[in-house]
Design a protein around this ligand. Sequence first.
Ligand code: SF4
Length: 344
Amino acid sequence: MARAEHLSELVDLLVQRGAKTGHIRRLLRAWMHLGPWEERSNDRYPKRVAEFLPEFKSRLQGLSRVLPIESRQPDSMKLIVGLHDGECVESVLLPRQALCISTQVGCAVGCVFCMTGKSGLIRQLSSAEILAQVAEARAIRPNLKKVVLMGMGEPSHNLKAVCEAIEFMGTTLGMAHKEIVVSTVGDRRLFEVLPTLSVKPAIALSLHTTDNEKRRRLLTNAAPLSVEEVLESTLSYAEATKYPAQIEWTLMAGVNDTFEEVERLADLLEGRYAMVNFIAVNPIDGSPYQRPSDAHMQDLITILRRRGIVATIRMSAAQDVDGGCGQLRARVVGRQSEVQKENQ
Ligand code: SF4
């Protein structure tokens, strides 16, 4: 089975056949449904590029196939994106012309409240596979404006592919840099590389607690950085780019939802360029983690707002179709293996 190529490798194949920057840009924009493929107007391309076009198109289109799952939540839709080797990842179309995409199949961080974390890392996505999710989503919703790298996987564990995808979205696709959001649990390699990119995305930090010992328990295999260190690196980057840092906090009743802990979060964020998104945990089968009550979550929000910090409560998107953190993928994979057993 052929491996999925990085976008840069596919572009090299065009360059070797004499394609110039304009040719490459036109073809990649056609993949993203931003223009026609124009296979018949071969005079637009050098002869060897024109001869290669059918294969190039089929390589890009063969990267993925999509199974859309409608959600009752307005403007949300779950996309199961099947890959060339039978693996699949999840993307989610969100309100306000946004899309959430995955960067890995599975994830090595192993957050205790996350279904994706339970499988461990299965494999990396290539940059072309990361972008294939955008192409599939644009075919369904052409007016996409924002892409968040917040689906399955930890972007800093697949840095080369993630950086290629970010550069592509901010240049060839012409997206505003602040509309590309990279979400991380915090990793020195990511903090070092982001300021060096020509396209500087906004950053979201999955913090979940201000207690170092608790964070090590909840995010089992996250890089061994302290809360203070990941927060300072995130806030410094946000202040340099002038896009506010999004601090993500999955709320679990009795685990990380005390007034004291949220007061400490306010101490760390007061006067800094950041906003807080609380996300009520999406209960998964066999998991002890439950959502706090709506009233309690509202009280936590009030603590932050009184200290001048913008804070919101979000539902995990498309929760009615097992939208959170790899649950839908787990169901699909589960069904696939049941079908395989039945057929044996
Ligand atoms: S929450 Fe994110 S970082 Fe944690 S295991 Fe799940 S996919 Fe990985």
